[in-house]
Design a protein around this ligand. Sequence first.
Ligand code: BTN
Length: 276
Amino acid sequence: MVKNVELKRANISKYLHYDQDLLNVQILHETVSTNDDAKKLHLNQSEAIALVATNKQTAGRGRRGKSFYSELAHGLYFSFAFTPQSPDPEEFPMYTILAAAALVKVLEKYVPEPASIKWVNDIFYQGRKVSGILSEMGLNFQTDNTPYIVVGIGINFAGVFKQADEDVQAVAGTLFGEHIPHEFDQNHFLADFINAFLDFHFTFQSKNFLPIYEKHLLGIGEKVFYKMDGKSQSGVIKGINDKGNLLVIKEDESVEALVGQAIEFGSKQFVKDKIP
Ligand code: BTN
């Protein structure tokens, strides 16, 4: 029997290590963007962590105003919305790092080779991008401007990208190839991810996700190209610092820390296709 039939709240809940009351889970047959849905759900009931999941988005968003292809035959798109553990806004972007570390950790159980992280928010498997993470933040006006964070994750389990645009086709891949494995259970997978994400969330101050992130960082020791405030630059990847910024060694041997939004860091340069 194929287990990957449909997302069901009860089939996710049975694998959760955390109390059901902690999470407000909503499953949608199809939606525009789970980041928007999770935000709404959280703002209506801000004590709980909102989680919205679907297998189809009609306008999935990526970073820097890009879209995220969300109509794969077997894709999972979901978002958490919650109050951050740390009140320091400078630490909010670390939730992208946390989510990436949780994902590569969970993937160890599901795929034979280790997954890699292309800084800051892309997960690569066998040379192609199989997942993207989009973190957004805002203030809850109903509760004295308490900050909230939305972390959205899209995962390409299986299928082909024939219908996607050229840019997606050049970079995207799947975890399992064209077909979903017979024994794969997306409800169990999502529960494993929720457990890993919440483990890191509740121990946020220890930053125990940073070493996992760095261990899986793609391109250490390699020369890479990026744009900073629109200006082309290059450097050799050294690792990350304790804020999750990417450290690159410049030609004059100085080390530069690359910080979030100002950096354009193309994924194409990391694509490695197997030679047949
Ligand atoms: C990226 O690749 O730049 C990030 C992609 C993030 C996609 C996920 S899918 C679930 C959630 N909803 C969205 O609209 N985007 C995120």
